[in-house]
Design a protein around this ligand. Structure first.
Ligand code: COA
Length: 111
């Protein structure tokens, strides 16, 4: 089952983080913060909530997939910066198995 954590400002949702757990790991499926609210620490707060929840569930690993560092697409460079700044490490390179799909990397944060 997938779940979502939301960040709210004056009754307006300004950020979300979707997650699920699988085989003793927490999987961060997707997160985003509204553009006007970037760089205000909301992403870190959402992640920190997921970390606390994971510890409560005795899950000590969070994984997320994203585009590889080798990919020049600028928005994902910023996304990776966010994950690396928050203690994620690259653990796997996944070659795309379907023509037209992107290669992915798996980043892990050990809690
Ligand atoms: C990635 C994202 C969720 C970060 O949210 P945020 O609330 O802006 O992040 P924070 O303010 O908590 O940033 C924490 C740190 O991450 C790094 N960081 C965040 N955004 C960055 C950017 N655009 N460029 C470089 N570093 C960045 C910085 O080190 C930042 O700390 P600082 O502001 O003190 O320098 C947000 O940029 C976003 O929604 N991006 C578009 C969607 C996306 O890429 N989602 C992830 C795919 S799952």
């Amino acid at each position: 089952m997938n779940s979502v954590i939301v960040a709210v400002d004056k009754s307006k949702v300004v950020g979300f983080l979707c997650y699920t757990s699988f085989s003793g790991k927490m999987l961060l499926l997707w997160m985003a913060v509204a553009k006007d609210y970037h760089r205000k620490g909301i992403g870190e707060k959402l992640l920190s909530y997921l970390e606390d929840l994971s510890r409560k569930l005795k899950i000590y690993s969070i994984e997320v997939e994203t585009l590889p560092d080798e990919d020049p697409y600028e928005p994902y460079k910023q996304t990776r910066n966010f994950y690396y700044k928050n203690g994620f490490k690259r653990v796997l390179y996944k070659k795309a198995r379907v023509k037209g799909w992107d290669d992915q990397i798996v980043l892990e944060k050990v809690l």
